[in-house]
Design a protein around this ligand. Structure first.
Ligand code: SF4
Length: 649
């Protein structure tokens, strides 16, 4: 009853907001945890109030004195200077993921179920907008001490709602995908390899379990209202688990609303299960659209077994429909060893042949894996599966007119290419300028418009800039076998499945960017600013070879002022076959540094970590919602993030 009164008054504020008199914003509600579920550090409530609020604040701001960053790890009350209180929970114990699965710091991990309107998840929101978590922490701590009143009577408060959503807009890439994914709350399949399965309990990405499709759509409409590609702003993200967006009853309505707002291309990931002739025809009205189509198998029986797709033929039949309606798509295949390895490889060949015959823009083979919490096939040797699938992909590349990539692409490079980061083309999109002007798989780019090219990231960057400049022609010098060729590309000449809306490199397909030489200059600056002599650089299995190559060839570190040890932390948190650097979490880094110190018998002066595991938002959070600053707090070793792009490609 009282909650209703509060909500009503807050909704009135929203209604009167300057955004739009006619539009009523979706209400972003968050449930408060009670004292008993929050596991306070101090039982003295006033001490806990100070500690919890300051800890949350220090996870979102960096205090300074005279313009310099300062570190804070405790506080005293002004009226009692004798007693000091530590700010942080005890972080320096080795990890106990499997024992508790509970993260350090993020308390709001249970699904936000409850009566009345659906609460948003504080955990999901805090991953991208930790000031929501800070507010929750502040109100919860205050509520441990006081009761609120309304007209002289106590009122029970169990949640809070954001007032004017204009206060909560953040920089946006302007990509419509930032909104589309909010339709992904459900799925009509149940794939054996679904990456939404097997997350350890402390991953801070939650299902919106209690929401109806109508409530989802109310939020989506509000997000569209505040989505402004032109001004580069959108409402803060708070994405939970994303399943299948086309399964949402309001999927097309959402796309229509978005199209009315922006002409930017839609990139949509789908399992194809809802791509009926009617759906495809409706989507064609809303182009430009590109689909990442999880085909997985062109055999109805195998697709049914892998994905529990109740009507597999719909997706399989959708490929010719997409071609008919000129909607480009990447056919995505997860080669899962259902049955024997050779059955899997046969099916991979047949499925690739089918996708190529239906003019897929690209075929993307995603190497499968699973976490330590979920293995549908215990004892499975994933490395054997990956290597067999890559070998098959390499054979099939010569057979079809369609680029075929195995993701993550650096895995293949590390096995087969002694020299890393070569600007070599691994496939050419059919009917693209690159295809029509004679570029071929295996060509290595030597020059782009007269500029010499030495690495893949450099080639990709140059081509991408020229694509955006809408240059009509460009001159390439390429190496083909022992010959050097000059090729002039006419970027105005192309047809389906190529699309200038979606192709950054005129139809040339490369492996991933890997480690950029330019990162070494940033690394040198970071090391010099700290005056560090013994540096530990924490890399990943995928990137380490290209980093080592860059380091061996640079003159930046030859003065011997610092020694750099390169090591690869294990993905202990996700476990299983997961080995991606981008999926490392704070505790993996803490464990590795503690192990390093024990092995070497000294602490490094500085630990440098590529920022990509913390790139989810600008707040330096890992997937459990912990902030990277916890690594330094736990180990006592200074930690710097080296800004790097996410490398899963
Ligand atoms: S279609 Fe995608 S979201 Fe649905 S179960 Fe399969 S992998 Fe998961």
């Amino acid at each position: 009853m009282c909650r209703k009164v509060l909500r009503h008054s807050l909704k009135s504020v929203n209604r009167n907001s300057k955004a739009d008199e006619a539009h009523q914003d979706y209400a972003f509600h968050y449930r408060l945890d009670s004292e008993s579920t929050r596991a306070p550090v101090f039982h003295h409530r006033l001490a806990e109030l100070g500690r919890a609020v300051l800890e949350s604040l220090l996870n979102v701001v960096v205090p300074q004195s005279s313009g310099e960053d300062v570190k804070v790890d405790g506080f005293r009350w002004l009226m009692d200077r004798e007693q000091s209180y530590p700010l942080f929970r005890n972080l320096d114990k080795p990890s106990a993921f499997s024992a508790s699965g509970k993260p350090k710091g993020n308390q709001h991990l249970e699904p936000d179920k409850g009566d009345g309107p659906a609460f948003q998840s504080v955990a999901n929101a805090s991953l991208y907008e930790p000031r929501i978590g800070l507010l929750a922490e502040l109100i919860e701590s205050v509520l441990d001490l006081v009761e609120f009143e309304y007209q002289g009577k106590p009122v029970k408060v169990d949640g809070f709602m954001l007032k004017d959503l204009h206060d909560w807009t953040v920089p946006s890439t302007g990509s419509p995908g930032e909104v589309i994914d909010y339709a992904g709350g459900r799925c009509s399949c149940d794939c054996v390899f679904c990456c939404n399965k097997g997350n350890p309990p402390s991953v801070a990405i939650r299902d919106n379990v209690s929401r109806t499709a109508g409530e989802d759509f109310e939020e989506i409409k509000t997000r569209i209202e505040y989505f402004s590609p032109e001004s580069g702003l959108a409402l803060f993200p708070s994405l939970g688990t994303v399943y299948e967006v086309t399964a949402h009853p309001f999927f097309l309505a959402m796309l229509r609303k978005l199209r009315a707002k922006t002409s930017r291309p839609f990139r949509i990931t789908t399992n194809g299960n809802n791509l009926t002739p009617e759906m495809v025809a409706e989507m064609a009205e809303l182009k430009p659209i590109y689909l990442y189509f999880s085909l997985n198998s062109s055999s109805p029986l195998r697709r049914q077994r892998l994905m529990k797709d109740p009507h597999p033929q719909t997706a399989i039949n959708a490929l010719p429909l997409l071609r008919e309606h000129l909607i480009p798509y990447a056919a995505v295949i997860v080669p899962w060893p259902l049955g024997t390895l050779s059955e899997m490889l046969d099916d991979l060949s047949t499925t690739i042949a089918y996708a190529a015959s239906q003019e897929a823009h690209l075929i993307q083979v995603n190497l499968p894996g699973c976490t330590g919490c979920f293995s549908p096939t215990p004892g499975l040797d994933f490395r054997q599966v990956w290597e067999a699938a890559i070998e098959q992909v390499r054979e099939l590349r010569d057979k079809y007119d369609c680029p075929i990539i195995a993701m993550p692409t650096l895995y293949e490079e590390n096995i087969y290419h002694k020299r890393k980061n070569l600007p070599q083309i691994i496939g050419v999109v059919k009917n693209s300028p690159a295809y029509l002007d004679g570029l071929r798989k295996g060509d290595t780019i030597l020059e782009v418009s007269g500029l010499p090219v030495r690495s893949r990231p450099q080639a990709r960057d140059l081509l991408s800039v020229l694509r955006q400049s809408q240059a009509n022609t460009l001159d390439l010098k390429v190496q083909r076998g022992t010959s050097t060729l000059q090729i002039k590309l006419d970027s105005t000449r192309h047809s389906y499945p190529y699309s200038p809306d979606f192709d950054a490199y005129f139809g040339m397909v490369f492996m991933g960017a890997g480690f950029r030489v330019s990162y070494l200059e940033d690394l040198k600056q970071v090391i010099e600013a700290r005056g560090a002599r013994r540096v530990l650089f924490l890399s990943s299995e995928l990137v380490k070879p290209s980093f080592e190559q860059c380091l061996a060839e640079t003159h930046l570190f030859t003065n011997g002022a610092s020694r750099i040890d390169i090591e690869v932390p294990q993905n202990r948190f996700f476990g299983g076959s997961i080995f991606m650097g981008d999926l490392l979490v704070v505790q993996d880094f803490i464990d590795h540094i503690q192990d390093y110190v024990a092995r070497k018998g000294f602490k490094p002066d500085l630990v440098v970590i590529p920022s990509s595991p913390f790139n989810l938002s600008g707040w330096g959070r890992d997937l459990t919602g912990c902030v990277y600053l916890d690594i330094e707090r736990a180990t006592g070793v200074p930690v710097e993030l080296l800004p790097c792009a996410t490398i899963y490609e």
